[in-house]
Design a protein around this ligand. Structure first.
Ligand code: AMP
Length: 504
């Protein structure tokens, strides 16, 4: 049997092949009938560029229907997709290229020349692709013989590498297999009750597990159309909602919709399910959304390394502040730092095991022992508590990862940049509550008053090296950082002290 995920998705194409697969607000529409040929053409072009089974393709392009076609073409070839956020600077981009060693890099044509240069430097073959099917890749696809086969792969062959921040501050590539993606997609499709007639509203980015896998796989396994938005925009979402039945989003989307004038109960009349995840959904947002629309947002929990792990039930109580129950076939336990399972009701580190669990970090086999327990459970790094019924509440992150507007920021990376600035002795970057972004970054820098650069100078300097979402909103100077007896900076104290520093 061929375990290639593409075969599974293709088997679920609707019988009515002319039914739409992707429709965009600008009026572009792609039927399911076109998928076979378009992905075969792209696969032919990628093969020409040297991409073969097990080789990596880095995708650094804006969200477009072509990005999904590219993903499907990579699956067909049995190659490995490495999707990246186009907001990365050339310096960050170089790290991912050096780490993933791609055979092929697909770039947005108008990217910074430095980014193009970085791709050339790795020795990878490069091609361009824009959001209107322009660029050198589509040209090559038209001039190349289509490759209409689907490479036979095993369940545990790698389909994608998703980069995620880690304790060392350096992003690590989580290797996801065809089996991981298939099992998770099928489970979500079932538990969220996807049915004939469903239409998915897709405002999420596609370089992340949520938009690329959860959303796209659920729609495709249902043979459903996706209303595919270039990005989240409350006006556009409000405008498209009446045509959709299911929407997936991060908490920020929901708080922004609530603030949008035209968003109201009648815009949501056709929707059967609003799903939220990737960051904690504030109870206030859940309640306000319920009051305003009558809808109980279904919150689920997951991570790049394990896809979706737990979900509130479709039927049954959706409780704000909780992430519900483990998905079918997925085992979750809460343990202490040594891996000893804790009794129900006690807070500890969430550990997970199941067919969803990734195959380890790319190029880091040593982490198979540090990040996993001997019995195969993965140590998620999230703190959680399970009640007597097995319902899970995520109470925080064990590490200090900050999630701002749905984007993960690892403080150490920002601190490393800050510490290099003249006059800065040391620094601590924390996340503080933010009504819109969930959390916003604040940097505390220690140094003499007359030698530390001004807030604006620091922000300008950081912007040269970091994507905008990693640049702190506020820079605050302190004489010294608070430390415990062991010399560790007490970030909890900082978070409490500066909780109100950002009002909006
Ligand atoms: P990522 O790998 O980018 O998907 O980020 C995964 C992390 O996001 C998890 O380890 C959690 O810390 C956080 N996360 C995802 N969903 C939720 C949720 N519903 N509630 C709280 N945290 C969440």
């Amino acid at each position: 049997m061929n375990h290639n995920l593409f075969s599974l998705l293709r088997a679920r194409f609707p019988e009515e092949r002319e039914a739409p697969f992707i429709s965009t607000p600008e009026g572009r529409s792609l039927p399911y009938s076109a998928l076979d040929e378009l992905t075969a053409r792209l696969a032919g072009a990628l093969r020409q560029l040297g991409l073969a089974r097990g080789e990596r393709l880095v995708m650094l392009i804006d969200k477009s229907p072509e990005a999904i076609l590219l993903y499907l073409a990579v699956l067909r070839l049995g190659a490995i997709l490495v999707p990246l956020n186009t907001a990365y600077t050339a310096r960050e981009f170089r790290y991912f290229l050096n780490d993933s060693q791609p055979k092929v890099v697909i770039l947005r044509p108008d990217l910074d020349p430095e980014q193009h240069e970085a791709a050339q430097d790795t020795g990878a073959r490069t091609a361009t692709l824009d959001t209107c099917n322009g660029g050198s890749l589509p040209k090559l696809a038209m001039a190349t013989h289509p490759l209409d086969t689907v490479e036979p792969v095993n369940k545990d062959d790698i389909a994608a590498i998703l980069y995620t921040s880690g304790t060392t501050g350096q992003p690590k590539g989580a290797m996801l297999t065809h089996g991981n993606l298939a099992s998770n997609g099928l489970a979500l499709h079932r538990i969220w009750g996807f049915r004939p007639g469903d239409v998915l509203l897709h405002p999420l980015p596609v370089f992340h597990v949520h938009g690329l896998f959860v959303a796209v796989h659920c729609a495709m396994l249902n043979g459903s159309p996706m209303l595919y938005l270039p990005k989240f925009d409350p006006a556009l979402v409000t405008d498209q909602l009446p045509q959709a039945t299911v929407m997936m989003g991060v908490p920020t989307f929901y708080s922004r919709l609530l603030e949008h004038e035209a968003f109201n109960r009648s815009a949501c009349e056709n929707i059967r399910l609003f799903i939220s995840g990737s960051a904690p959904l504030l109870r206030q947002t859940w309640e306000a959304f319920h009051r305003q629309t009558g809808h109980k947002i279904l919150e689920r929990y997951g991570m790049s390394e394990a896809g979706m792990i737990a979900s509130n039930p479709l039927d049954g109580d959706r409780l704000p502040g909780t992430v519900g129950f483990p998905l079918p076939e997925i085992k979750v336990r809460v343990s202490d730092r040594n891996g000893k399972p804790l009794p129900r009701g006690e807070t500890g580190v969430l550990e997970v095991k199941g067919p969803n669990l990734f195959a380890g970090y790319w190029g880091k086999p040593e982490m198979n022992t540090t990040e996993f327990r001997a019995d195969g459970f993965f140590i998620s790094g999230d703190l959680a508590v399970m009640n007597d019924n097995g319902r899970i509440t995520i109470v925080g992150r064990d590490r200090d990862l900050v999630i701002t507007g749905g984007f993960n920021v690892y403080p150490k990376e920002v601190e490393d940049c800050l510490n290099q600035l003249p006059g800065v002795k040391e620094s601590a970057v924390i996340g503080v509550p933010h009504p819109d972004f969930g959390e916003a970054l604040v940097a505390l820098i220690a140094g003499e008053e007359n030698t530390v650069p001004s807030e604006q100078t620091v922000i300008t300097a950081l912007k040269r090296n970091l994507a905008g979402f990693k640049v702190p909103r506020r820079i605050i100077r302190l004489d010294a950082l608070p430390k415990n007896a062991m010399g560790k900076v007490q970030k909890n104290t900082l978070r409490e002290t500066y909780a109100d520093v950002i009002k909006n």
